[in-house]
Each structure stands twice: as C-alpha cells, then as structure tokens.
Design a protein around this ligand. Structure first.
Ligand SMILES: [Zn+2]
Length: 284
C-alpha cells in the first residue's frame, strides 16, 4: 500500500527491548475496499452474532446461538506451549549467577531475549487468529477481561493467557472496525460457562477440570468451551438492541474508520481488495 501511494507513514517510534531495536510506524491508510468489508446490516437485525470463547482447553472456540461451531483453534503453536520450561530454566540460570557479575548480566540478557521472542511469536499467532475472526464473522461477542482477577493472578501461565486474551480482544476490535463489522463485550457477570446452552439453567458449580458441561436440569451434555461460545452468541442476540440504545454501553461499540484523525492531510487513495493481505504483516 505504501509503494502504490494508498497509505502513508505519519511518524515512526524507535524503541529498544529485549536487546533489540524496534521501529513502529504510524500509518494512515484508506478504508478497506468494499469487497473486503462486511455487508451492512439493518439496525433492527439482531441476528448473526457469534460468541468467541477463550476456551479453557482450546485457545479460541466460536459458535452461533443455534449451536453451530464456526471456528475452533485447538491449541497454541508448539513454540508457545514449550516456552515455560525454557523460561524456568533461564530464570534459574540467572539466580545461580553472582549478583553484579558479567555472567549474571549475560544470563539476564538471554532471559530477556527469550521473553521478547515468545512475545513476538504470541503476537504473530494472535494476529492470525484475529484476522481469521474478523474476515469470517461480522458480529462478534467477546468475554470481558477480568482485570481485577488478572492483577491477582500469580500463576504465570494464567497471567500470560490473560494478557494474550486482552491483546486478542484489542486486535479483534480495531480490525473489525476496518472491516465494518461489530464487536460487543458481554457483561462481566454473565455466567457464560455455567449456563446450559440448551435450557438456560445456571449450574452452581463448574470446576476448571470439567471439560464437558452436563446440565443437572435437562441432562444436556456438551463440550465446555463450545457451550460457553453458544451462550455468548445468545447473549449478543438478546442484548444487542439494548446495548445500542443504551448510551452508556454505546462506548463499547466500534465504528471507527481507518482515516480517523487524519486532520488536514490529503486523503490516502483507494484500496484494492488485495490490500487485505497486508494486515498479516504486522507481527514482525
Ligand atoms: Zn439444561
């Protein structure tokens, strides 16, 4: 897009982290070509929502309210799953070295390069997932991120998973705006995991070990993550209109354009359908 004049660099930020220099470009680009954007829906149309569950076992499970699973990402890339033992090993290596020594500095640098590499890989994976989600679905319901729980979570794996979910939600939100779709965040207290997607009954307890949801009332048995995704989709269809009409909730509704904030500068030119591909190039 830059080469063909359909986007322009506004400014660049140089930073250093994990022993590497990075340059971030702030770019103004034209809106996506209409072929790459979602078809406009009638305001009163409350259908078409899909729930995006941050699965306990699968990273992402997406489903419609009628129970159709439209997307399931079963596991994170191997490099990410294998990162933790390496992190532990590198941490121990640091603590074994004498404080203030050159060896310790080298070990710290190695640990920080590892963190940076994993962060880049995690972001690349999240960009792939968010691209897939916004290209295939125009109306997404995501779970609210529990910030309070996040701050009190000292378990490393869970903390990383929370951070990744926050990043994914952010990516989905801005990319969906480019595509002219919608993202709605479900109420924080909505029990998406504990509710039966068949009869609506709410279970008193559901332990983290339960991979399968079995309803005590109607006996419905379903994959735990799929059940939660269906409930989120149903929540969207039932609450869409009230969320739109409620000015308090409207803040969560995104309708930004990529040109927003462009000021008096000349407008970037037209996009071509091919430009969509450039969205995947952000993870480097
Ligand atoms: Zn039930």
């Amino acid at each position: 897009m830059l080469a063909s004049g359909r986007a322009r660099v506004l400014f660049a930020t140089v930073s250093r982290r994990g022993g590497r220099w990075r340059i971030s470009l702030n770019i103004e680009a034209a809106d996506l070509h209409s072929e790459a954007r979602h078809r406009r829906r009638d305001e009163a149309d409350s259908g078409g929502w899909v729930g995006v569950d941050r699965g306990l076992h699968a990273p992402v499970v997406v489903a419609t309210s009628d129970g159709t699973q439209t997307l399931r990402i079963d596991e994170a890339p191997k490099a990410l799953r294998a990162a933790q033992p390496v992190t532990r090993r590198l941490r121990k290596a640091v603590s074994r070295k004498v404080k203030g020594s050159a060896n310790r500095r080298a070990a710290v640098a190695k640990l920080s390069r590892h963190h940076e590499r994993m962060r880049a890989r995690r972001h690349y994976f999240l960009h792939q997932v968010s691209n897939l989600l916004v290209k295939t679905h125009d109306r997404l319901i995501i779970e609210d991120l529990n910030i309070t729980g996040m701050l009190h979570n000292h378990h490393l794996a869970a903390a990383i998973s929370d951070a990744a979910w926050g990043e994914l939600a952010l990516q989905i939100t801005y990319k969906q705006a480019w595509h002219g779709g919608h993202v709605l965040t479900a109420d924080r207290c909505f029990p998406s995991s504990k509710t039966c997607s068949n009869c609506g009954d709410v279970k008193a307890t559901l332990t983290l070990a339960d991979r399968v949801f079995t309803c005590d009332t109607c006996g419905h048995t379903i994959d735990r993550d799929l059940n939660a995704a269906i409930n989120l989709a149903t929540w969207g269809e039932e609450n869409y209109l009230s969320q739109v009409l409620d000015p308090e909730a409207r803040g969560q509704f995104i309708n930004a354009h990529r040109r927003d904030g462009s000021g008096r500068r000349s407008r970037a030119g037209e996009t071509s359908p091919e430009d969509v591909r450039t969205l995947t190039a952000t993870a480097a």
